[in-house]
Write a protein that binds this ligand. Structure first.
Ligand code: NBG
Length: 857
């Protein structure tokens, strides 16, 4: 029975693939065509990159077919579109993801094999677009994936940085930053759209005047920049929908300033072009002080203005009631990914009022209904604010609008809380305490109809602390949307073996309905299954070991526990707490060489902001401790420390599937959610973690008995800080801690230099806001428990299976469904794909008709 069904399905697939140009033969022919006509190469002289490009174009063409059909379908449906505005999209390599989404991995592999090529070597050629720093940008990419898979009309809008996040090298234990030249070999996934071009003004002054009794405002800018859109298709998993990611780049309005050129100022005229194009040159690393980053504010405004102008263009074109902009929000809902796009609020007001003649009240109604805002951090230093003076100089009209929004808003507050000046100054969009600043989170909140946090605890803290006054004012605006990650990239793509094992037991439904993983629970005590599960992990560990060896020359042993911490390097994420544990184990072994410790390989990865001294020192510390530990014959077979350089999406895909233990050890209340924690869990790693961010929900789902908890809870952190945290006392009272710190202070890991790590130790011993010492003992105890548990491989594997089985909640599909239902109020619009030939014929017909009607006219 089942076989006939499968055979029928196979036949249907084969038919579908022929129909849509995805049979092995069609793929092979298209590949060769692209090699000749796009790359201009014969196989004999083609480089691996030529082969990659030819295959990428082959796949892209198949997506374009879907994409055009999707655009038509959405247009005809007249449905509401979600616009996801984000300064970062950390997409990761496209090729394999798109092949998987098209459901043609086998076909492509066969087509390449027939030509004597190895698909996996070609995949390795791809440079990933590193247009993001970390979790926030990666979340945006996961959400685009889910939006397309769920068939929701959506556009991602962002910036096409010429240089994305820097490439990281480790030299002598230190981080060295190297420019990321991701466009160097050409980007086959994007289409330049020279006609989708907008002007963006900067600087100058405003002029207020009366026109037929109506108050009008003109903005006389100092400079005008021009944008060009680049489009990348975003495929959904095994659906015909393909959405759009539109990234903006700045181009000089004229390649030359001809006037200056005629006057003989050749370099000056080229300089203007260089200055314009600098605008979208480079992504800013986060975790650095915002002050003085005028270019960053320029970038933010630039991409928001282009995106909103584009939406207005589409609105006017598609819903040809262009005059009726009062219903704009019925067709577009705009999600602000953190405050980076918050300047969209005054920009939409300006476009509606100054450029389309709408009055304030109407424009404000539309604006508020259009926007929703996601907050991604509670760290005060990460909450964006711009000096009023800088803002006014760059965006004089926007500052006026912000003042007016604020005036009206504070009038409302005064009515609600007469005489409460404290509250007024706490809520104001302008921070008046010591220098004047525009508070971007306040602007985003006032200008939006919905505000959300990214994990349950984070939303609670947002409501009760950072945005408390706002929540009191508009409780209905606030909600929680716990983050999620895409199971396509982070399971199907990066962990094919485990995916196959899972599908063999419970079918393939889980790929789009991750809750289905629950069905694994009934297999948990099947001895065969348990064993296969362990074999998968082992084989992924071998693969990672090989990969690390190729990249760093360091050999690691897949028989040891892989204890992994990969994420941005930051004091609040406490990579140095992990180091304290390593040093503690080292001391234990040195004191008693026969002591029983579970052999572990500690793997670290992550970039530090180039200007964040402490974070860079933490990297040096990890490498220095590694140097000593790895070389010491007493510990060599039991502890190993490696730094895997240049952690990015491509490398991450090797890491998560190979982890035994996931380190999620931030100080409680500091990590908004985390998404790496979810990726580890879904790949069968167990977590040692604090009650922070989404860890809390992971623990709830998988069960406390399958999670290693340690450390203070957020309220205990606040209490301790309020009472006065005295790290010195922990140091005095805890001999192991003292020994670890003393060893670092002595210069033992620094070639005898006691000054190298002094700044780090000083901070831990005095004002440390991340309370390492307070959590130290509890962490070491938790780690001992981990070491003990790992010895019982049967039980460990059981816990690993249960972690996966119960982690269905952490799919980005679930998160996007919640956004759709509660915030965006949008519905799926399924797309039906015509035959490739039929699509061409329809287009030709269309063109003929157009020609005929033009002739007639
Ligand atoms: C980050 C948080 C993470 C969270 C991601 C995605 C910023 C400002 N915030 O905890 O630190 O998982 O956002 O929501 O990058």
């Amino acid at each position: 029975m089942a076989t006939t069904k499968r055979a029928k399905q196979k036949e249907a697939n084969a038919y579908e693939h022929t129909r849509t140009g995805m049979s092995v033969d069609a793929l092979r022919r298209a590949f060769l065509d692209n090699l000749f006509y796009v790359q201009g190469r014969f196989p004999d002289v083609a480089t691996p990159n030529d082969f990659y490009q030819a295959l990428a174009h082959t796949i892209r063409d198949r997506l374009l077919h879907r994409w055009i059909t999707t655009a038509q379908t959405y247009k005809n449906a007249g449905s509401r579109t979600v616009c996801y505005l984000s300064a970062e999209f950390l997409l990761g390599p496209h090729l394999r993801n798109n092949i998987i989404n098209l459901g043609i991995l086998d076909e492509v592999r066969q087509a390449m094999t027939a030509l004597g090529l190895d698909l996996y070597e070609l995949l390795e050629q791809e440079e990933e677009p590193g247009l993001g720093n970390g979790g926030l940008g990666r979340l945006a990419a996961c959400y685009l994936d889910s939006l397309a898979t769920l068939q929701v009309p959506a556009i991602g809008y962002g910036i096409r940085y010429e240089f994305g996040i820097f490439d990281q090298q480790i030299r002598d234990g230190w981080q060295v930053e190297v420019t990321d030249k991701w466009l160097g070999a050409g980007n086959p996934w994007e289409l330049r759209r020279p006609k989708i071009q907008f002007e963006v003004k900067f600087g100058g002054h405003t002029e207020h005047y009366s026109d037929d009794g109506r108050h009008r405002v003109g903005w006389v800018p100092e400079s005008v920049e021009k944008s060009v859109g680049y489009d990348t298709p975003i495929s959904g998993y095994k659906v015909s929908n393909a959405n759009l990611l539109r990234l903006w780049t700045a181009e000089a309005p004229e390649s030359f300033d001809f006037q200056a050129f005629n006057l003989g100022d050749y370099y000056g005229s080229v300089g203007q072009k260089v200055e314009s194009e600098n605008l979208t040159k480079v992504l800013y690393p986060n975790d650095e002080p915002e002050a003085g980053k005028a270019l960053r504010l320029r970038q933010q405004y630039f991409f928001c203005s282009c995106s909103l102008q584009d939406m207005l263009r589409i609105y006017t074109k598609h819903h040809d009631s262009g005059a009726d902009l009062e219903r704009f929000h019925e067709k577009f809902v705009v999600q602000l990914n953190d405050t980076h796009p918050a300047v969209s609020v005054p920009e939409l007001m300006r476009l509606l009022m100054d450029e389309r003649g709408m009055d304030w009240d109407r424009a404000w109604r539309v604006t508020q209904k259009t926007f929703a805002y996601t907050n991604h951090t509670l760290l005060p230093e990460a909450l964006e604010k711009w000096p009023v003076s800088l803002f006014g100089r760059m965006l004089p009209r926007h500052l006026e609008i912000i003042y007016e929004i604020n005036r009206r808003f504070l009038d409302e507050v005064r009515l609600r809380y007469p005489g409460d000046n404290e509250k007024l100054s706490r809520l104001s969009l302008i921070d008046e305490g010591g220098g004047r600043y525009v508070r971007m989170a306040h602007l985003a909140c006032v200008g939006s109809s919905a505000v959300n946090g990214v994990a349950a605890l984070h939303t609670e803290l947002l409501k009760s602390r950072v945005m408390r006054d706002f929540c009191e004012l508009w409780p209905e605006k606030f909600s929680n949307k716990t983050n999620g990650v895409t199971p396509r990239r982070f399971m199907v793509l990066s962990n094919p073996e485990l995916s196959k094992l899972i599908s063999g037991r419970i079918g393939e439904e889980w790929v789009t309905h991750l809750d289905e993983l629950r069905k694994l629970e009934k297999h948990v005590d099947e001895p065969g299954f348990n064993e296969e599960w362990r074999r998968c992990k082992q084989s992924n560990k071998q693969a990672l070991a090989k990969h690390i060896r190729e990249h760093t020359g360091v050999a690691i042993d897949p028989e040891t526990m892989f204890d992994i911490q990969v994420k941005r390097i930051h004091e609040y994420k406490r990579q140095h707490l992990n180091v304290l544990h390593i040093v503690t184990l080292y001391n234990r072994i040195k004191q008693n060489p026969d002591v029983d410790v579970t052999p572990r390989t500690f793997i670290f990865g992550g970039k530090a902001a180039p200007g964040y001294f402490m974070a860079k020192l933490i990297i040096k510390l990890i490498n220095s401790v590694g140097d000593v530990v790895n070389r010491d014959p007493d510990v060599r077979d039991r502890l190993k420390v490696v730094y895997f350089p240049d952690f990015n999406v491509k490398h991450a895909q090797w890491v998560y599937p190979a982890a035994d233990l996931s380190e999620q050890i931030s100080t409680a209340g500091k990590e908004a959610s985390g998404t790496g924690n979810m990726k580890f869990t879904l790949n069968g790693a167990l977590t040692i973690g604090t009650l922070d961010g989404a860890n809390i929900e992971i623990r709830q789902e998988v069960g406390p008995e399958n999670f290693f908890l340690f450390g203070l809870a957020a309220d205990e952190v606040y209490t301790l800080q309020a009472e006065g945290y005295r790290p010195w006392e922990y140091y005095q009272e805890n001999a192991d801690l003292r020994q670890a710190i003393d060893l670092i202070s002595s210069g033992f890991f620094a070639g005898g230099d006691p000054n190298l790590f002094k700044p780090l130790v000083d901070s831990l011993m005095s004002y440390d806001p991340y309370l390492l010492f307070a959590d130290y003992q509890s962490y070491v105890d938790g780690q001992d428990e981990v070491g003990h548990a790992y010895r019982d491989q049967g039980h460990w594997t059981r816990m690993s299976i249960l972690n996966v089985a119960r982690a269905g909640k952490f799919s980005s599909d679930r998160a996007i469904r919640e956004y759709c239902a509660d915030i965006w109020h949008v519905e799926p619009v399924p797309v039906e794909l015509p035959e490739q030939g039929a699509a061409h014929r329809a287009a030709a017909l269309d063109l003929n008709n157009r020609k005929r009607s033009e002739t007639a006219a």
